[in-house]
Design a protein around this ligand. Sequence first.
Ligand SMILES: N[C@@H](CCC(=O)N[C@@H](CS)C(=O)NCC(=O)O)C(=O)O
Length: 231
Amino acid sequence: MIKLDYKLYYWDLPFRGNFIQLMLEDVGAHYQRRDASEIYPERSLKIHNPGMAPPYLYECKTKTYFAQMPAALMHLGRKYDYLPKRAETHTLALKTILDCNDLLIEISNCNGQVMWERSDWEGFRFGRLPDWMQVFEKTGLSHGLKGQRGFLLGSSISVADIATAALFGTLVYSFPQLESDLREHAPHVADLCQRVEARPTIQSLLEKQRQEYGRGYCGGQIERSLRKMIG
Ligand SMILES: N[C@@H](CCC(=O)N[C@@H](CS)C(=O)NCC(=O)O)C(=O)O
């Protein structure tokens, strides 16, 4: 029997869980995906290193849990050498993951606390969303993305590329109407997401997931509200 390296606790949806899962796939870790309800909410305060909400990453060797998606991804980045070496780009890797998480909060209207209204959605889609896309595009262009080559922060893959693909690759798969927005405002990032999604283990995971979850994104009423706006 293969010894497990990690367990990832999340829901049957890509949203925040895929940031960690794409990374686990790309580094070839042995892991299981488990339902978030095994921890959340009853055990959230009882685990070692308690955390408020899924995703939770459990590291088998150290019997340690990590909540907060950016923290879990940085932990894996350090362990598997997926962090840029220079101080600036190392910090930008964390900044990119935090940008992704901010954008998830914005898209889901504060993790689903408020449903989208038409005027707010249009302000977001035609204002902040293009600005966010350009933040990633400009970061890539000044650090390593070129034509069909390169990565967001240099010549080798880092956690920033995994996070960028988990963000925009998932978004445009779940909402194909947003693909032209990404192409218009961040063409190199759109290509980068395709290249990351085509990496062999990531590709086979995504094929399986997409058969299983369809175009599901963050679930619940907030996904219905998003679909009403975009559709
Ligand atoms: N900042 C946290 C946010 C976690 C979060 O909002 N998780 C969602 C699923 S993506 C959830 O289940 N929230 C329930 C809650 O906050 O009680 C992270 O980045 O991991």
